[in-house]
Design a protein around this ligand. Sequence first.
Ligand code: UGA
Length: 461
Amino acid sequence: MVDDPELKGGRLDASVLKKEDLLDYSEGDRIINISIIGAGYIGLTAAVVFASKGHQVICVDTNKVKVDQINQASSPIREVNLDDLLSTCVNVKKNLRAYSDYNETINSDIVFICVETPSKTNGEIDLTYIRNSAKEIGQALAKANAYHVVVVKSTVVPGTTEGVIIPILEEYSLRKVGKDFGVAMVPEFLQEGNALHCFLNPDRIIIGEYDYRTGDMLQEIYNDFSSPILRTDIRTAEMIKYAANAFLATKVSFINEIGNMCRKLGIDTYEVAKGIGSDRRIGNKFLDAGIGFGGPCLPKDLEALINRARELDCETELLQSVSNVNKKQPLKLIEIARKRLGNLSNKKITVLGLAFKPNTGDVRQGSSLKIITQLLQEGAIVKVYDPWAMANAKQIFSGSIEFCDNVLDAIAGSDCIIIATEWDEFKDESLYNGKTVIDGRRILNPQKAKQLCQYYEGICW
Ligand code: UGA
């Protein structure tokens, strides 16, 4: 993936994944019975990929609506090509079925735990879903008569699998890890918006194994992936996941801090990023300056790692700064708006983009949300549009902002347009003719935009 020319600035181009690639998998030698617990981004993607590779897969989720949707071959999450592949597995191959009952996992050789680990207010991860899953799997294991492997794919801080999950599995199964069942931690590195492509083509597969027997069994299902496999112990695998996300977050906050300085100096941060990124020790990915990183993973994982360090009495000056820079970054756009418009009270401001990045409807921890909240606090009249994320944003801002049906309605009569997500449809320069535009994602060419717009300013350029 690293050398893939179709990857731009650390973001995967959704067009990289072609439909014909998806429907032409070579099937593995042995059909393995796999259970996936949790049908979110990671769980459903894993289920669909393993089923498409010929394995027999069941998905377990406590949400019955999701279960029905999956069985009707309609994906509960929006991801490029997921519906097509789900339909092939459910209706044609007939090797993927969803249930709300854990007892169905008894016949599986391998059970993947893919449930959410949301944040508590102090940054710590909430293990409620993990504990419930471990308990239910433990109870199912108690009735099983073959050797099973339980794989943790949810993101859990180092020590959780051994300290929390294994004891629960042993307690409820009355069986012994290493003897009666195996446990592994296999972190997932997929990016939302191109989940299938990422799952199929990871830069590496990390198998954090309790013992060799477990690792060997898992290696069997990953053998027909063309990615290198690194086998480690469980804690190391847990840490690799956090360290990877923390490092990506660090790159983004780094370039944003440099970018804030560049804007004041009249320097284009994107040129600087190109200049430093071509040093292979630095690399050119995740150096797109803008309004900061959002989403359900990077911010949450960073806080969880900081919190874990606090528990261990370790200092995290760097990670704390990465988080602080990111919290302030979306507000830099508001500063630019104030500089241009003065007091924002009663000013009509359009925010284009609500999703934390393109090709997803996910708004969690999105920088747009922080921008809108601040605009409302300052008394602005806010209009928004996003191609996929309107329903999710309505749950947060219903009644306080105007949700427009299309981009043209959103920008009509506006005093200022803020570009917050780099959707393709916002790249049409003609939309901005004669308008005041503040670009948070470098979606427009600054030189052209300065000629076209009445006023154009980028956050870091
Ligand atoms: C991230 C990681 O990239 C995945 O490897 C990981 O598996 C996933 O978290 C996870 O832990 O589940 P994701 O949350 O889908 O993936 O989103 P990213 O593509 O990493 O983007 C995160 C945020 O950073 C977005 O808001 C994006 O706009 C921002 N970003 C990214 C930048 O501002 N600049 C960049 O150069 C790259």
